[in-house]
Ligand binder design. Structure first.
Ligand code: TYD
Ligand code: MG
Length: 451
């Protein structure tokens, strides 16, 4: 049976039977590209009759040893080191430092005894060498190649059998069996498939670099995220030197783990105490600043939430937010107005998370609300106090997970008070005085003077 060509969205990978202007999958306009059907059976090794080898769940084999590279922030995000034969996708905006991180990691893995090949499809070997020299890694036993043709890459990998191969980036790779252009969904999918298959078959760990589109997706199909064992994002604001490595999926460890780095003149440096960093300079308590006691992955993290409330021009007031979801801010403003009678209408509202961190936890609601109320009243919040708790649409405060760990981190960094939902364990941590509130209205009534 002749297979029909399909029209595949270059953003989300949804296939359509015919061309259309708008993708049914993600709603993007003008992103469908015709892709030739792949010949059935060409890439399939399975034939009738070969069968599969079955084994028991209680396998006598011990789990394969992991290799830690010694960059603790990276090893932890990987779940305790790199697993042989695993496939890792590292996504991030251009220029955020993916190549820098991986070159540093490659050198450390090589020093830890893992033979490493670094394949760059974006830069010439001379450029990679220059970066290595700048990072002080010129002598590292990492083998380099500038190549985009997948058959050449796989042929070399097959003979060299390295312990780790870094492919920078998957969008530049070109699988000769697929007719579409490099960077298209079909190419990215095929190249990733080949490399992941190689990883599994030969026990070589593969790290793929993936570019990120404007809306934060790894360019190319989501299917690459499904193929790999571990998806990491490298994020941070361009103007800030701090970078967060975040695991959004990990078959070999906890997801949502973060590692914190600082971009310096000599590459990425680990940040051992990130809370101290995200608190910013806090000499005097300033109006509009609230410290959120958050949890990122398995570790607690304190971060300052800053708000500014300014008289706005008549018409539509401005709502600008950095490091938080804009929808979440709109919800908090609406709840403050509807449940506590504090109106921000007619005022411009700006909210920023210090240090370029992005917070996704709903437990940040209370810190955001406190920062907004403090900014609106132009009075600083009580010094040495942290905030956490989710605000529901009814105005009730909901408890956050790991309250004790949050309080302990606050204590460790010299804080002495916490404002939390009422259900939080009352002063579970010695040295921290907890004030619990059942809802946002009672918090406003007792802590703020609503004008
Ligand atoms: P790069 O690793 O090339 O980013 P990506 O691979 O994600 O596109 O990093 C590029 C930026 O990092 C570039 O703007 C310069 C900066 N940088 C430093 O600040 N210090 C360094 O030691 C290096 C190597 C890069
Ligand atoms: Mg790069």
């Amino acid at each position: 049976m002749a297979r029909k060509p399909s029209f595949v969205c270059q953003d989300c990978g949804t296939a359509h039977g015919k061309w259309q202007g708008r993708c049914d999958g993600c709603g993007a306009w003008d992103r469908l590209v015709e892709e030739a059907p792949s010949a059935p059976g060409r890439a399939l090794a399975t034939r009738m009759g070969r069968g599969m080898a079955l084994s028991d769940l209680a396998s006598p084999e011990p789990p394969p040893p992991r290799t830690a590279c010694g960059i603790a922030e990276l090893d932890r995000v990987l779940g305790g080191g790199l697993v042989p034969g695993s496939a890792v996708l590292l996504g991030g905006d251009p220029g955020i430092g993916k190549s820098t991180l991986l070159l540093q990691a490659a050198a450390r893995f090589a020093a830890a005894g893992l033979p490493v090949i670094y394949v760059s499809g974006e830069e010439a070997t001379a450029q990679v060498r220059m970066r290595a020299a700048r990072l002080g890694l010129a002598e590292a036993p990492v083998r380099l190649a500038a190549e985009t043709g997948l058959s050449a890459i796989l042929a070399t990998l097959e003979t060299e059998r390295p312990g780790l191969v870094v492919v920078d980036s998957i969008q530049t790779m070109w699988a000769e069996t697929v007719e579409s252009a490099p960077g298209s969904v079909a190419q990215v999918r095929a190249a990733a498939q080949e490399l992941v298959t190689f990883a599994k078959r030969r026990g070589t760990a593969v790290i793929l670099v993936g570019h990120v589109t404007k809306d934060g997706q790894i360019a190319g199909p989501r299917v690459v995220e499904h193929m790999v064992d571990c998806v990491l994002y490298f994020e941070g604001e361009r103007g800030h030197q701090f970078r967060i490595l975040r695991s959004v999926k990990n078959r070999f460890g906890p997801a949502d783990e973060i590692g914190v780095f600082e971009m310096t003149g000599a590459g990425l440096a680990e940040v051992a105490n990130p809370s101290a960093l995200f608190l910013g300079e806090r000499e005097r308590p300033a109006p509009g600043a609230a410290v959120f006691a958050g949890i990122e992955g398995t570790r607690p993290l304190l971060v300052e939430v800053q708000a500014l409330v300014a008289p706005g021009a008549p018409g539509t007031p401005r709502r600008a937010v950095v490091g938080l979801d804009g929808g979440r801010l709109a919800m908090i403003l609406a709840v403050l107005e509807a449940r506590a009678g504090v109106s921000f209408s007619g005022a411009d509202v700006y909210v920023n998370v210090a240090g370029g961190l992005r917070i996704g936890e709903p437990a940040a609601d209370l810190a955001v609300a406190a920062a907004l109320l403090s900014a609106r009243n132009d009075t600083p919040l009580p010094a040495e106090t942290v905030f956490f708790g989710e605000i529901s649409l009814s105005g009730a405060l909901r408890p956050a997970t790991q309250a004790e760990n949050r309080l302990k981190e606050a204590r460790k960094l010299g804080f002495s008070g916490a404002v939390t939902p009422v259900q939080a364990p009352a002063s579970a941590v010695p040295g921290i005085a907890t004030r619990g509130f059942a809802d946002i209205a009672s918090l406003v009534a007792q802590m703020f003077d609503p004008r």
